[in-house]
Design a protein around this ligand. Structure first.
Ligand code: CA
Length: 230
C-alpha cells in the first residue's frame, strides 16, 4: 500500500482513478488544480504523485518544476498530448514515468507499482531505527539516544534530527529542511533552521566550532555524519 496523490482536473476521470487505485489497496487523495496539488504534495508527502499535464491554473510541466525544487517524490505524468517534446521535457525535468491518455487504470496501477519498486518506497517506511555512529533514532517511538543517553528533544528538534539522519552523509539545504520539517516550501526563514540547529547542537553536546555530528557547510546547508572513530 502506498499513499498516492492524483492531480487531475477532469471531473470524470478523477473519481474513476481514485476508486480504482483505492480498490487496489492504496490510500489516495486527489486535487483538481496545480496549486492545490503542490500544496498537498508538500503537506501530505505522498509516496507517489500522478500529475495531469493539462491543468486549469498552472501548466503541469510548471507544476513539475516547482515541485522538483522542493521534493523528490516520484511523479508519473499523465498527458493527452501525445507529443514527444512535452514528454521528453517532463522526463528531463524529473518525471519518473508517464502515461498517455486515454490510459487504462490497469496500466497506471502497473506503472505506479514499477516506479515504487524502483525507488524502494513500497510501504513499511515507518517502523525502523536509524543509526549514525553512536546516535540511534527510533522513528516510530520518536526517541533519540546518544551514547545510550536519551535526548530530550522538542518535536521539531526530533523531526530535524530524523530528517538529517535519513540523509546522513549528504549536505541538506536549509530550503529542503524548511520544506520537509516545517512544511514551508515557499516561505519561512532560514533563521528558523539555524536556531533549531543550534539547540540541537547543544543537546548533542557539541558546538558549531567543534562539530561532532552536525557539520555546517557554509552557503549550502548542513550534513549529519558520524564523527571519526564513532
Ligand atoms: Ca486535464
Amino acid at each position: 500500500m502506498a499513499q498516492l496523490l492524483i492531480v487531475e482536473d477532469d471531473a470524470r476521470i478523477r473519481p474513476l482513478v481514485v476508486r480504482a487505485l483505492t480498490e487496489r489497496g492504496h490510500a489516495v487523495r486527489s486535487e483538481a488544480t496545480g496549486m492545490a496539488g503542490l500544496n498537498a504534495a508538500v503537506e501530505l508527502r505522498p509516496d507517489l504523485l500522478v500529475l495531469d499535464l493539462g491543468l486549469p491554473d498552472v501548466d503541469g510541466t510548471q507544476v513539475l518544476s516547482m515541485l522538483r525544487a522542493v521534493s523528490d517524490v516520484p511523479v508519473i505524468v499523465a498527458t493527452a498530448r501525445d507529443d514527444d517534446p512535452t514528454l521528453v521535457r517532463c522526463l528531463e525535468g524529473g518525471a519518473d514515468d508517464y502515461v498517455v491518455k486515454p490510459y487504462t487504470v490497469d496500466q497506471l496501477a502497473a506503472r505506479i507499482t514499477a516506479v515504487l519498486r524502483r525507488v524502494g518506497r513500497a510501504g513499511g517506511a515507518a517502523s525502523r531505527e536509524i543509526v549514525v555512529g553512536r546516535l540511534r533514532i527510533d522513528v516510530p517511538a520518536r526517541q533519540a539516544r546518544l551514547d545510550d543517553e536519551q535526548l530530550d528533544l522538542s518535536p521539531k528538534e526530533f523531526d530535524l534530527l530524523r530528517h538529517l539522519a535519513e540523509r546522513a552523509g549528504d549536505v541538506v539545504t536549509k530550503r529542503e529542511l524548511l520544506t520537509e520539517v516545517w512544511q514551508q516550501a515557499w516561505g519561512g526563514s532560514e533563521k528558523t533552521v539555524d536556531v533549531h540547529l543550534s539547540w540541537l547542537r547543544r543537546k548533542l553536546g557539541e558546538t558549531a566550532a567543534d562539530p561532532q555530528y552536525l557539520h555546517s557547510v557554509r552557503g549550502v546547508g548542513v550534513r549529519l555524519s558520524a564523527p571519526e572513530g564513532a
